[in-house]
Write a protein that binds this ligand. Structure first.
Ligand code: SDX
Length: 444
């Protein structure tokens, strides 16, 4: 079919409003009409722009996928300019104020807030699935005593796929449901086991009398007392943190879950891919990097020198900047408020908070940060809360992973049921050599 015919059909098919892009290829003088749907042009439509029939056609080149929509999703809405974050249409501010993490996990997975009966059943199912197979403990005890807990979480979540071999039957809705329950239920257990392992302490089993965040605190901190009594204010602060970290559109780790999941592998393996991506200092590892940065700055007097280093490109202000948010990260504001509650409970104000507040104040007035649209993101303050809770910095990305599990799962469920989705397999611009002749070893 000639290009003209294609162009003719496209124009007729588009009707009066002409939702199309008219492209002139100056290499050939040909004109193309590319349909615009939901503000996007389909990548494959570009392939019709050729210099000859043998030509592969035009591709889009976008390192880091800064301007590529990989999927259609109804899970989370972000508006980076306006600082808007909504889970299934509900503003994050309302959920952080009124909801619980378990209820938000239900919302993300099912798309609607639960009725009282639905929430009770959902909570019951998660509560009775918090235990892991005893062999998982043995697997985790094989790690070095000083193993990074995020590496332990990564390994143990991947290992869960071997404990539930039926999990790769991803076409069965009931199977998808039980794996969803298991992952949300067991993530805190594995996280707490990793923490206890790095402390050389015995692992603490789940306590089904406690709520999600309280049970996590019990598995983390219970010692010789018969029953751990979580402080309700700390429970609430953790619940809010898990809510704020629950999902965030197609971020690096969620894209990794979708990418791995696109091969139709089981959800444990897909989420292990997400944990691996979250581990990185530019993503979930940033909260750990923020605390190390604040400890390095140590005193307010050192802030100007540090910021000079940032502007000279020698440093990166961890906890600042975002691919989407170009004004402020709405989660950072909520976390900042939660920090005060936690400091009140633990009875001491984290001295690093004063450095963080001064750093934020100076940076927000600094030309470099204004010009680069760099504002505090979710990771800037979360680490201060975790440190106040007595967590080592290595546990910070693990806390992020607990919250993000429900968002990863919601995206995985959406993807495996999306008829448009195919295996993730991008192309490349080849920059290497071609057609080289093999040289025998003795002649090199
Ligand atoms: C999370 O995507 C998500 O939604 C992620 C997340 C989620 O909930 O899943 O929100 C969680 O990962 C939050 C981000 C945590 N990371 C950090 O705090 C690490 C520090 N920030 C960055 O490295 C950076 O801002 C990113 C990774 C967050 C965003 O990277 P981009 O969009 O690819 O931007 P970039 O690295 O290309 O930077 C653009 C410019 C560069 O300057 P120029 O080369 O153009 O001169 O801004 C500069 C960068 O040097 N810049 C910074 C900076 N962030 C960007 N300079 C100093 N300090 C920073 N923090």
């Amino acid at each position: 079919m000639s290009t003209e015919t294609q162009t003719q059909q496209r124009t007729d098919g588009d009707g009066a409003d002409r939702q199309t892009l008219t492209v002139i290829d100056n290499r050939t003088g040909r004109t193309y009409e590319l349909p615009i749907v939901d503000g996007t042009v389909r990548g494959l439509d570009l392939r019709e722009i050729k210099t000859s029939e043998e030509d592969f056609g035009v591709m889009a080149y976008d390192p880091g996928y800064a301007n590529v929509a990989s999927c259609r999703s109804s899970v989370t809405y972000l508006d980076g300019e306006k600082g808007i974050l909504q889970y299934r249409g509900y503003p994050i501010e309302q959920l952080a104020e009124n909801s619980s993490y378990i209820e938000v996990a239900y919302l993300l997975v099912h798309g609607e807030l639960p009725t009282p009966a639905e929430l009770e059943e959902w909570t019951h199912q998660i509560t009775i699935h918090t235990f892991v197979h005893e062999n998982v403990k043995g697997f985790m005890q094989g790690f070095r005593h000083d193993a990074h807990p995020m590496g332990m979480l990564l390994g143990s979540v991947g290992a869960l796929s071997t404990f539930y071999p039926d999990a790769n039957n991803i076409s069965d809705p009931e199977n998808r449901y039980i794996q969803t329950i298991r992952l949300i239920a067991k993530m805190p257990t594995l996280a707490a086991f990793a923490f206890r392992h790095s402390n050389g302490q015995p692992y603490v089993y789940p306590d089904n009398d406690l709520r999600y965040a309280g049970n996590f605190l019990s598995m983390m901190y219970k010692m010789t007392e018969l029953k751990y009594q979580p402080d309700p204010r700390l429970e609430r602060a953790l619940d809010v943190l898990f809510i704020l970290h629950a999902d965030h559109e197609q971020n690096c780790s969620t894209s990794a879950v979708r990418g791995v999941g696109s091969s139709r592998v089981d959800p444990y393996s897909a989420l292990a891919g997400g944990i691996a991506a979250l581990y990185g200092p530019l993503h979930g590892g940033a909260n750990e990097a923020v605390l190390r940065m604040l400890h390095r700055i140590e005193h307010k007097e050192n802030i100007p020198d540090f910021l000079r280093g940032v502007e000279e490109g020698k440093e990166r202000l961890m906890g600042f900047g975002h691919r989407v948010y170009k004004n402020y990260d709405p989660r950072a504001k909520i976390i900042k408020a939660a920090a005060d509650d936690v400091f009140e409970v633990v009875g001491k104000r984290n001295p690093l908070l004063d450095i963080a507040l001064e750093l934020e104040k100076i940076a927000l007035g600094d030309e470099y940060f204004i010009e680069h649209k760099l504002y505090p993101n979710v990771d800037f303050y979360s680490g201060l809360i975790y440190e106040a809770l007595g967590l080592p910095v290595e546990m910070f990305p693990v806390m992020f992973a607990i919250g993000r599990t429900s968002g990863w799962i919601a995206n995985w469920l959406e993807q495996v049921q999306d008829p448009e989705q195919r295996i993730a397999r991008p192309r490349q611009i080849y920059t290497g050599q071609r057609d080289r002749l093999y040289v025998p070893l003795e002649q090199r």
